[in-house]
Design a protein around this ligand. Structure first.
Ligand code: HEC
Ligand code: HEC
Ligand code: HEC
Ligand code: HEC
Ligand code: HEC
Ligand code: HEC
Ligand code: HEC
Ligand code: HEC
Ligand code: HEC
Ligand code: HEC
Length: 330
């Protein structure tokens, strides 16, 4: 232990000699005396911290919240050997911070920073912050974090997570979407549409369909195939069915917008226009077409109009087991 300390001290003294710290860590400059404490854990752990952080601190127009709430959080479980509180307590996350504990405010009135700061203008680089969290949370949901959309966009774990609270709002159905919407305005707008998954109603959350930490599939989806994702809640659409409608088996988003739509049933377009994207109104218009034989069936007002238009007859649009044939009748 004392050997390690000695080595750390040598290394840091060497750096001080070449002026490294003075140049890159301004907070250090006003605090030369304890500069060699930068990689050392405080002698009394959480007790050191709570000498000052048992109340809020107001300084230079900033309010630093009291850390008292921390003792109510899932990270303060002393009896769990995996917990920060069974390790270096506060410094399991904020890093070795004897320097911060012992320093006196420099010329700017600010103390030397703790080794890792997670929020605010002095926040440490994202990679450094995330390394702390991943040190204990590498696996499980975070198997695909590296290279994921959110990792590539340089999000910090704490862009979504709040740690100094009893219950992290991103883990609560009612409050999760608000956090996601703060960056995803388009999805906010969609969930306000007439037809939407009941996200605002707190019955479905973004993380029912997405793994925000990364996924092997597209768009951070929890399943590689969209259909498998949808079947997980809409099991009746899975089949197998005697007569399959090809676009349904391919991808539900051929016809539905999962977040919301101005049309009923999350449909991307109103029927019959939705159908006309793939089935031309008449054969001459190309596409899959409606065959000559069925022209008779497709005349009259029920064809285009009426409440349900095409669905008046082709009511089993997701596929059917009807003995009457392949055209999705009941
Ligand atoms: C002697 C009083 C004192 C002790 C002991 C102390 N702090 Fe602080 N801490 C402060 C003050 C004052 C600030 C407000 C900013 C400043 O002056 O640097 C602060 C700020 C912080 C910040 C926010 C930094 C920022 O710029 O956003 C963190 C994080 C922090 N302390 C963690 C800790 C931890 C962890 C410990 C225990 C290892 C600890 N503090 C011990 C006084 C203290
Ligand atoms: C599990 C990691 C972790 C542990 C353990 C931890 N913190 Fe923090 N701390 C954070 C994160 C992340 C933030 C950013 C705000 C948030 O998410 O709540 C933070 C913010 C702070 C701040 C700045 C508050 C502000 O309003 O700017 C202080 C001060 C602080 N922590 C002190 C402590 C003290 C004292 C302890 C021990 C009682 C402690 N922390 C334990 C992760 C941790
Ligand atoms: C020293 C190890 C350690 C570190 C560092 C750590 N955690 Fe944890 N974390 C835990 C343990 C242990 C639990 C409790 C897990 C359980 O009960 O299964 C936990 C729980 C959580 C939970 C679930 C909380 C709940 O209410 O269920 C979240 C979210 C979390 N950590 C995020 C983070 C983030 C973000 C960071 C970085 C700021 C971080 N953790 C740093 C060990 C750690
Ligand atoms: C884009 C937002 C976002 C980011 C960034 C993010 N998380 Fe999460 N995290 C969530 C959501 C949402 C949940 C709830 C997931 C669920 O219930 O399926 C969660 C759950 C968790 C949990 C508790 C569930 C479990 O896995 O045990 C831990 C721990 C966690 N995240 C750690 C991290 C760490 C570490 C990072 C950074 C590498 C991180 N998160 C980055 C949104 C995020
Ligand atoms: C701090 C901002 C921020 C927060 C909070 C956030 N995201 Fe993101 N998200 C981004 C950025 C930036 C990207 C990458 C650029 C893009 O595709 O928009 C992204 C990408 C995504 C993607 C992939 C888009 C694609 O085209 O592949 C999904 C899905 C997503 N976020 C869902 C979520 C969910 C769900 C939450 C809440 C649990 C969330 N995000 C919270 C910023 C954020
Ligand atoms: C019912 C499942 C489901 C829910 C709930 C859900 N999504 Fe999605 N999301 C999808 C699917 C499927 C896609 C890919 C197809 C698409 O873009 O329409 C997607 C795509 C996205 C994208 C990429 C959009 C693009 O244009 O490429 C973002 C960002 C996103 N979702 C964010 C969110 C956020 C934020 C929430 C919570 C408010 C949320 N999602 C809830 C299923 C869902
Ligand atoms: C986590 C479960 C879940 C997943 C996954 C899910 N849904 Fe839903 N879906 C629901 C719930 C809950 C409702 C509302 C049912 C109600 O109100 O009776 C719903 C309703 C719908 C509706 C009817 C909306 C309306 O306005 O009547 C459609 C269409 C739909 N989902 C399509 C999809 C598609 C497409 C996917 C895959 C991208 C999907 N769902 C994935 C839970 C889910
Ligand atoms: C070819 C277009 C199309 C595709 C692809 C499609 N749907 Fe639909 N879906 C519709 C239409 C049209 C309605 C409205 C039916 C009605 O009002 O009777 C609908 C309604 C729904 C509903 C609400 C009413 C009900 O039947 O429960 C759900 C849920 C749904 N679809 C889920 C899915 C899922 C899951 C998939 C993918 C496996 C999917 N849809 C693929 C066209 C489609
Ligand atoms: C994304 C493209 C797409 C959309 C949208 C679509 N379909 Fe289809 N549909 C197909 C394909 C592809 C087939 C299979 C054609 C084949 O086997 O020749 C098919 C087959 C059919 C069949 C059976 C044809 C047969 O010969 O058995 C009917 C009926 C049908 N669709 C009706 C509809 C109706 C009604 C709608 C609107 C609610 C619709 N489709 C929307 C692509 C689509
Ligand atoms: C009044 C009932 C009725 C309505 C409304 C209707 N259909 Fe049909 N449709 C039929 C019948 C009956 C057949 C079978 C004809 C046959 O097998 O000879 C058929 C067959 C089809 C076929 C497959 C055979 C072919 O000709 O390729 C498609 C595709 C189709 N309809 C699309 C549509 C679309 C799109 C709409 C709405 C614009 C629609 N139908 C409205 C009764 C209807």
């Amino acid at each position: 232990m004392s050997n390690l300390f000695y080595l750390g001290r040598q290394a840091i003294l060497a750096l001080l000699c070449i002026g490294f710290f003075a140049a890159t860590v301004p907070a250090f400059a006003g605090d030369g005396a304890s500069g060699d404490m930068a990689t050392v854990y405080s002698d009394r752990g959480v007790a050191s911290c709570m000498k000052c952080h048992d109340t809020a601190i107001v300084k230079n127009g900033r309010i630093y919240k009291s850390a008292m709430d921390f003792f109510q959080t899932p990270h303060a479980v002393k009896g769990d050997p995996r917990s920060p509180f069974a390790q270096h307590e506060c410094e399991a996350c904020h890093g070795p911070s004897q320097n911060h504990v012992q320093s006196t405010p420099g010329p700017n009135g600010i103390k030397a920073l703790p080794a890792v700061v997670f929020s605010g203008p002095n926040a440490s680089p994202v990679a450094e912050r995330n390394k702390v969290c991943l040190g204990c949370h590498q696996n499980g949901l975070r198997m695909d974090w590296a290279g994921s959309q959110h990792q590539s966009a340089d999000l910090a774990c704490v862009s979504c997570h709040t740690i100094h609270v009893k219950k992290d709002p991103i883990l609560v159905k009612a409050t999760q979407p608000e956090k996601c919407f703060s960056c995803h305005a388009e999805q906010r707008a969609l969930t306000l549409q007439y037809s939407h998954h009941p996200v605002r109603e707190g019955k479905v959350v973004c993380s029912d369909c997405h793994n925000p930490h990364g996924s092997p599939g597209p768009k951070l989806l929890k399943e590689v195939r969209v259909t498998d994702l949808c079947y997980s809640c809409h099991a009746d659409k899975r089949g197998p069915m005697l007569w399959e409608h090809q676009p349904v088996r391919e991808d539900c988003t051929n016809c539905h917008n999962p977040h919301g739509s101005v049309n009923p049933r999350l449909l991307k377009e109103k029927v019959p226009f939705l159908c006309f994207d793939c089935h031309a109104a008449t054969n001459d218009m190309g596409g899959v077409g409606v065959s000559k034989q069925s022209v008779a069936a497709h005349s009259g007002s029920m064809y285009l109009y009426g409440d349900r238009s095409c669905l008046n007859c082709h009511s089993q649009i997701h596929g059917s087991n009807s003995p009457s044939g392949s055209t999705f009748f009941r």
